[in-house]
Design a protein. Structure first.
Length: 134
């Protein structure tokens, strides 16, 4: 909670200020949109789950995407995520997911792309226990 949202023309009690500084929800204090200040733990947890529900790219995979000039469309990224989900449903732990000639190694448990290879690169894969063509 930022103090920028406080209306300094109002008088706040010590309890209200403690609640504001502690980030607790206080129905008597509102921000400029007239919404209660603070966010509940449930709201923060739900927002965090939404943000982390998608596939993540490891630092290594991100570097490979840049080094190998691999650009993905939203549709290709969605197919990669779908392929990873299908691999998880089949009990695969480390999956090769192929999307339009691009190959991705995905750690299914961590929902993380480990590395990426473009179509004209050498394609030898080890330490995988399944593959999906998406």
């Amino acid at each position: 909670m930022a103090l920028n949202n406080l209306n300094f023309n109002n008088n706040y009690s010590i309890q209200q200020m403690q609640d504001i500084l502690a980030g607790n929800r206080n129905k008597n204090v509102a921000n400029k949109d007239n919404a209660p200040l603070g966010t509940s733990f449930e709201e923060i947890l739900a927002r965090q789950k939404e943000q982390t529900s998608g596939l993540k790219f490891s630092k290594h995979a991100s570097e490979r995407l840049i080094d190998r000039d691999i650009d993905m469309t939203d549709e290709q990224l969605e197919r990669l995520e779908t392929g990873a989900k299908k691999a998880g449903l089949k009990g695969i732990n480390e999956s090769l997911v192929m999307v339009d000639g691009m190959a991705f190694i995905v750690n299914i448990k961590n929902n993380t792309v480990i590395t990426a290879v473009a179509g004209d690169d050498e394609m030898v894969f080890s330490n995988i226990d399944g593959a999906v063509i998406a």
